[in-house]
Design a protein around this ligand. Structure first.
Ligand code: SF4
Length: 157
């Protein structure tokens, strides 16, 4: 089973009610067992919602209580992000998960690079809350920008 950010598959679950549909990714995954996830919805946030970024660290720091997720209205939404990361794996046998393909740069799903926390379009090193949680669980995480790598993994299995 491959976990995939639902917005990449066309679900309109982004903060602004849009999606990030990625046709190349969808074609690459044709015939695979995929399980769409949206941690922000799973955590209880609505559509639409104000955009959020991680302040004071990255997703790992959020999981250890050293950083917060704050939305553009300056509301602390950390609890939703942590809850969402856990709920996405509920009822799934970890042994069945081959990998997760997650939306690049999102405060939930970003892998290795996320927005800075200043809502200025700048990036910083680090992963989103759910990507960090998945890594802690031993799940291999990739973004939709690593199609060649994903293709190779699927070819080799
Ligand atoms: S939480 Fe992840 S799956 Fe949901 S809209 Fe944001 S990037 Fe997409």
């Amino acid at each position: 089973m491959i976990l995939v950010s639902a917005c990449l598959l066309g679900r309109k679950c982004r903060y602004d009610g849009n999606n990030h549909q990625d046709q190349s990714l969808k074609e690459l995954l044709r015939g695979q067992k995929i399980h769409p996830i949206c941690p922000e919805l799973a955590g209880g946030l609505p559509i639409p919602r104000p955009p959020a970024e991680i302040k004071g660290g990255d997703g790992d720091d959020v999981l250890t209580g050293q950083a917060r997720v704050v939305n553009r209205d300056n509301e602390d939404v950390t609890v939703y992000f942590i809850e969402g990361s856990r709920k996405t794996l509920q009822g799934i046998d970890p042994e069945q998960i081959e990998m997760a393909i997650l939306k690049a740069r999102s405060p939930s799903c970003g892998v290795g690079e996320i927005y800075s926390g200043a809502f200025n379009g700048q990036l910083k090193a680090g992963s989103g809350v759910t990507a960090a949680y998945f890594k802690r669980k031993g799940i291999a995480v990739y973004t939709e920008e690593e199609l060649d790598k994903i293709k190779q993994i699927l070819r080799d299995k």
